[in-house]
Design a protein around this ligand. Structure first.
Ligand code: DGY
Length: 319
């Protein structure tokens, strides 16, 4: 008998085809957003769950999952939506999908940097609403990326690809992470031991750290004050890293010239003031949303499931 896999969202066709070939897959063709109670109910008799970050596996949800479930194989690199300690206690294996989304997320980050610095939201609105009337030397003047200093908070896989792409703009790369990375991964990037050390060097700040209790609210008013005036801030990791009130105040005072944000606290009900600010370039959590990467994420999640059901250690085990 094939293992039963509860799939919480609609996945790419090629991924669902492989799922249905190798598993008794309980698919979600309508892409309905299941509540926790629905997940628990649908998981009855399932051997595995293949969720996205949109489903929250709190300690309570995990405790209520049927004992038949052995593995949560996430379709995401981030796994802050899963209480991994609770999963470990219940004997659940948890996996994620690293690497396959680094290029897509780095591309999106470059777009956030350019979109914020070159005032893409304002410009597009002018054209779409027929308010664009003229050209002048002082019209829609933004900030250039070329040759500036880029500070990367979180120098993991995505952060390092962002650095590689930014070098194409002649940017000087600075970074902070919990540990300094090996010289061959640094490729000349300048390490700073703390976020406080890094921030004064960031004409552009790109956030790529994982969401943990330590990084929650990390970019607060005190740390924003350490940025050079007119800095550009982007975030393509998780919204919790930013204190929204503090960033909004910095955007209003022009301490931060502009921000490019793909992730938010409390998605999709983001802080309403972001929608009102002209100097924010907003995207709806689409860092990994390319055809290539969606397939890659699905196949990586399936590689992890295949390993578990073959009695092997999955490559991307996080709990
Ligand atoms: C990830 O993989 O973590 C992306 O944010 C989508 O969930």
């Amino acid at each position: 008998m094939k293992p039963v896999v509860l799939v919480t969202r609609k996945l790419p066709d090629a991924v669902e085809a492989r799922l249905s070939r190798d598993y008794d897959a309980k698919l979600n063709p309508d892409d309905a957003l299941y509540t926790s109670d629905e997940i628990i109910e649908r998981a009855q008799g399932a051997d595995a769950i293949l969720p996205c970050h949109t489903e929250k596996f709190t300690a309570d949800v995990i405790a209520r999952l049927p004992d038949s479930v052995r593995v949560i194989a996430n379709f995401s690199v981030g796994y802050d939506h899963v209480d991994t300690e609770a999963a470990k206690k219940k004997g659940l294996i948890v996996t994620n999908t690293p690497d396959v989304l680094s290029d897509a997320t780095a591309e999106l980050t470059i777009m956030l940097m350019l979109g914020a610095a070159r005032r893409a939201s304002e410009g597009e609105k002018l054209v779409r609403t027929r308010q664009w009337k003229d050209w002048s030397p002082s019209f829609m003047v933004g900030i250039q990326m070329t040759g500036k200093r880029l500070g990367i908070l979180g120098f993991g896989r995505v952060g390092r690809v962002v650095a590689a792409r930014a070098r194409g703009f002649g940017m000087e790369i600075h970074y902070n992470d919990v540990n300094r990375v090996a010289a061959e991964l640094e490729e000349g990037a300048i390490y700073h031991e703390t976020p406080e050390d890094l921030l004064p060097h960031c004409d552009f700040l790109a956030i790529h750290c994982v969401a943990t209790p330590e990084t929650t609210g990390l970019l607060n008013a005190e740390r924003l004050a350490l940025l050079p005036d007119d800095a550009i801030v982007t975030n393509a990791s998780r919204g919790v890293v930013i204190n929204d009130e503090a960033l909004i105040a910095a955007l209003k005072s022009s301490k931060v010239a502009a921000a490019g944000l793909d992730v938010f606290n409390n998605e999709p009900d983001i802080h309403p003031e972001y929608r009102e600010l002209p100097n924010v370039f907003l995207m709806p959590h689409i860092g990994s949303a390319t055809r290539e990467t969606r397939d890659g994420m699905g196949f990586r999640a399936l590689d992890n499931l295949d390993a578990v059901f073959a009695g092997k250690e999955p490559g991307d085990r996080v709990a």
